[in-house]
Design a protein around this ligand. Structure first.
Ligand SMILES: Cc1cc2nc3c(=O)[nH]c(=O)nc-3n(C[C@H](O)[C@H](O)[C@H](O)COP(=O)(O)OP(=O)(O)OC[C@H]3O[C@@H](n4cnc5c(N)ncnc54)[C@H](O)[C@@H]3O)c2cc1C
Length: 436
């Protein structure tokens, strides 16, 4: 990997997400050599992925070059590398571009979509965990409408304009709300020769309320907001399968749709070599102690979505959200410095700053420790918080301008099919057919 040897201890970080970047920033001016490995050369601001999928934001505005975050720090090295395994005996990380040894290893690889073993949903449904996936979804939504214009088959047309979003957490709610706004404000203008009133947005939730991690008042209000926007909210229904045309459930309800979006679960990214039963918890997370040390190791740490720090308040670890990842990254940064200096580490204490979700224009729900509120003010708070945590001044300006423009014009101008999704898939299928 061409990383120079140094007299400083080497900290290898796997993942430049919220946790990895917060940690690297804390260590950047300290007496350690930091090597950050990520399979992408950018940080992905996942909370705004749904806006990319629905043409509200350009993908570049929610991505930020990892190299730029830590420019000018002589002890910091970034390598574009996909980590394949860890040899804990040899203290070595193996990647697609070579190996690197570590003194301290931090796993901050985040999470991936969990399809719970359903291959049909995995291959025929859409996930929204990365920027390329969001662009695929954007293309698919728009291609569906283009195709709906061309067919005389009413049945097929309805299926092309029928959207099923599985999972009533913030991702599902935000996506459903955005699609409903497109249906209301944009489709009738873009497709005057198509009866877009027939488009249906279905949000399917296995439990008895949406946003189950938030307060009951937030759930109820978000549901009302969605219904006002025309979203069909289905509760207590579990999606069982999808064959590319029909979604079957554990009830008699069947949806016919050309688009199923799976937002019903995530699991920690698994790293070979760090998969022993003793420390692997539910959802693939690595069990860590209060100092983020993976059980059984003193030199291997885990933070963010990948880590499960069990406590009385959080028996299954902290929520898989940006705040815990950022706070853990900062805390571990301080602790690693203390460790190197021979000082005792300080246990991590999570400061819960609350949670929020937006449903659409002027519609959001915010739960804070002492106060819960919904509506216009919540929506402004949601926007402010997202702008604040977005990395990069330019990104903040671009997102802000986009939001103001979209608000004033009731528009989402990034509804572009830059990389056709269906066509690409068709070509792949053709190639496979030719090969077989
Ligand atoms: C659609 C969506 C919406 C969300 N909305 C919110 C929200 O509103 N509020 C909120 O708090 N949270 C939200 N989250 C969750 C939040 O984004 C995550 O909890 C947070 O990103 C976790 O941070 P992390 O540092 O653990 O991992 P991540 O930020 O996911 O970073 C992991 C990094 O590891 C890299 N990586 C993974 N595997 C490898 C490998 N093998 N080799 C090299 N690099 C690797 C990835 O490329 C990535 O850069 C949302 C998530 C999604 C998907």
């Amino acid at each position: 990997m061409n990383i120079p040897q140094s007299s400083y201890p080497r900290v290898v970080i796997i993942g430049g997400g919220f946790g990895g970047i917060a940690l690297a920033k804390k260590l950047s001016k300290k007496d350690v050599q930091v090597v950050l490995l990520d399979k992408h050369n950018y940080h992905n601001f996942q909370p705004l992925l749904y806006q990319v999928s629905t043409g509200g934001l350009e993908p570049d505005s929610i991505a930020y070059p990892i190299r730029k975050v830590l420019q000018g720090y002589p002890n910091f090295f970034f390598r574009l590398a996909k980590v394949t395994s860890v040899d804990t005996m040899a203290r070595e990380v193996k990647t697609n571009i070579g190996e690197i040894t570590y003194d301290y290893l931090v796993v901050a690889a985040g999470s991936e979509t969990n399809f719970f073993g359903n291959k049909n949903i995995e291959t025929k449904g859409m996930a929204m965990k990365s920027i390329p996936q969001s662009l695929n979804l954007r293309s698919l939504i728009l291609e569906n409408f283009e195709q709906a214009l061309l067919t005389d088959d009413l049945h097929e047309r309805d299926a092309l304009m029928n959207f099923v979003i599985v999972g009533g957490g913030p991702t599902g709610v935000e996506l459903a709300g955005a699609l409903a706004e497109i249906k209301k404000g944009i489709l009738p203008k873009d497709y005057p020769d198509l009866d877009t009133r027939r488009a249906q947005i279905n949000l399917v939730q296995g439990g008895d309320r949406i946003l189950p991690a938030m307060s009951e008042v937030a759930s109820a209000k978000a549901e009302r907001f969605l219904e006002e926007l025309g979203v069909n909210v289905w509760k207590n229904i579990r999606v069982m399968d999808y064959d590319g045309n029909y979604v079957t459930t554990d009830t008699k309800t069947i949806f016919e749709t050309a688009t199923l979006v799976w937002a019903a679960g995530v699991q920690a990214v698994g790293i070979k070599g760090l998969d022993a039963k003793e420390f692997l918890c539910r959802g693939n997370r690595l069990r860590v102690n209060r100092f983020h040390q993976v059980e059984g190791f003193t030199e291997i740490f885990a933070i963010g979505d990948v880590a499960q720090m069990e406590s009385e308040d959080f028996p299954y670890g902290h929520p898989m959200m940006a705040q815990p990842a950022i706070q853990q990254g900062r805390s571990l940064g301080e602790n690693l410095v203390r460790l190197v200096e021979g000082l005792p580490m300080k246990p991590f204490v999570y400061k819960d700053k609350g949670s929020m979700a937006t449903v659409g224009r002027n519609k959001a729900v915010v739960d804070m420790k002492r106060v819960k509120f919904q509506g216009v003010f919540a929506w402004f708070v949601w926007m402010f918080v997202h702008l604040y945590f977005l990395i990069g001044f330019r990104n903040r300006v671009v997102v802000f301008i986009n939001w103001v423009y979209n608000y004033i014009r009731f528009d989402r101008e990034a509804r572009l099919i830059i990389r056709p999704y269906k066509k690409q898939n068709q070509e792949l299928k053709n190639q496979l057919n030719r090969g077989s």
